[in-house]
Design a protein around this ligand. Structure first.
Ligand code: NI
Length: 391
């Protein structure tokens, strides 16, 4: 049975809510209006609401019928991106330089739809925690919620989350056990050498020559150090040095992004960057310093919860629209922190790419409202089967 009939009736309401959030985008940890809207809707359906976790985070707690003490969590993210919307939909962003270009407006609305249905029907036994988190786009709101005691205050034996996927046909649900998204780290390298007149290079220790060698050496980390059967990205993304054509500068600065799935590969890359910097120091007599910043960890799906997620997908989206073979992507997600704290799974909800939906983080991106009721049905069914009523 695909979409719950009752949830199908929410279509217009959900679309209106999604477009309202889309028109009023807010950046990470500043989701005041969105968080108030979420709290108000949850309360209007009689759901117990807790606010203030990670600042703008909201947790709705709903108990089913019966006396079961088991509890699960479902999470949605609420924040928008600091970019200008270029589309001309009627509900386009009303705020310059802010836009829901990743569909978090849709994720929030889908979870609200499921919460409404579950509050009306309560056809489950146990507790479901609806987790609305701030600041997925770089702020690590998921981590802050976990650090603020999310799972101590709201115990969950397992947790699930989803992200829309314009690359998959609308209505597809996809998940696979193991790593599904990468760890995203950064590294800043500062080279302090000796400047001079460009016509007298023998007085200098040229930081540009060092930076270029270092750049080339860093290309060998993935090609020569990482096991070819494992995946990694090392991309040098900024290179700054100099201000005049006739001056050898004193300093140069590089920065890089590092993506990995495997903790050992992640550590190997960090170590190799620092060894290469030390080598350049010894070779040139300059100071070459690397500051490595650990970002979001890899998003790793747990076996049992992924199996549950896929079983529900077959039930709700149908066998033909369920994919268990999707390769991981090199993007990252701060749901990873919740999956480090609790077993669970992260899934893709196909939203289908169209002319007006050119993909995530695109200035004309707009969430496909046609998958709202499917997503809400999916969460509702997952709760009903993870926390079944006796008999
Ligand atoms: Ni996103």
């Amino acid at each position: 049975m695909p979409i719950h009939n009752r949830i199908a009736e929410y279509h217009d309401d959900l679309t209106a809510t999604r477009r309202d959030i889309h028109a009023n985008p807010e950046l990470g940890f500043k989701e005041h209006r969105t968080s108030a809207l979420v709290a108000e809707q949850l309360e209007s359906w009689g759901i117990e609401v807790h606010r203030g976790l990670a600042g703008t985070g909201v947790v709705g707690v709903l108990r089913g019928r019966g006396s079961e003490s088991r509890a699960i969590g479902i999470r949605a993210d609420m924040d928008a991106l600091p970019m200008q919307e270029e589309g001309d939909v009627p509900h386009r962003s009303t705020v310059d330089g802010r836009m829901h270009a990743c569909g978090h407006d849709g994720h929030t609305t889908i979870l609200l739809g499921a919460a409404r249905y579950l509050a009306e029907t309560r056809n489950f036994d146990g507790t479901v925690n609806f987790i609305f988190q701030p600041a997925e786009e770089g702020g690590g709101g998921g981590r802050v919620m976990v650090e603020d005691g999310l799972f101590e205050k709201f115990p969950c034996e397992a947790v699930w989350g989803l992200h829309n996927a314009p690359d998959l046909p609308a209505g597809t649900i996809a998940a696979a056990p193991g790593p599904i998204m990468a760890a995203a780290d950064g590294c800043k390298i500062t080279i302090e050498a000796r400047g001079s007149h460009a016509a007298m290079p023998h007085y200098s220790i040229d930081p540009i020559a060092i930076a270029v060698q270092l750049y080339t050496a860093m290309q060998t980390i993935v090609s020569r150090n990482v096991d070819p059967l494992k995946s990694a990205v090392v991309s040098v993304t900024t290179f700054h040095a100099g201000s005049a054509h006739n001056v050898i500068p004193e300093t140069a600065e590089l920065s890089a992004t590092i993506r990995t799935f495997d903790p050992e590969v992640r550590e190997l890359i960090r170590k190799r960057i620092s060894e290469l910097c030390a080598g350049m120091e010894a070779m040139h007599g300059a100071s070459v310093r690397a500051e490595y910043t650990y970002g979001y960890p890899p998003t790793v799906n747990h076996e049992a919860q992924t199996r549950i997620a896929l079983d529900i997908a077959r039930d709700v989206a149908g066998e033909a629209m369920t994919r268990d073979d999707v390769p991981p992507v090199m993007g990252s997600e701060d749901f990873s922190y919740m999956l480090e704290a609790r077993p669970g799974a992260f899934l893709w909800l196909g939203s289908g790419r169209t002319d007006s939906d050119p993909g995530l983080h695109h200035p004309r991106y707009d969430f496909n409202d046609e998958v709202l009721t499917l997503g809400a049905s999916y969460w509702a069914r997952l709760v009903e089967s993870a926390l079944p009523r006796a008999g």
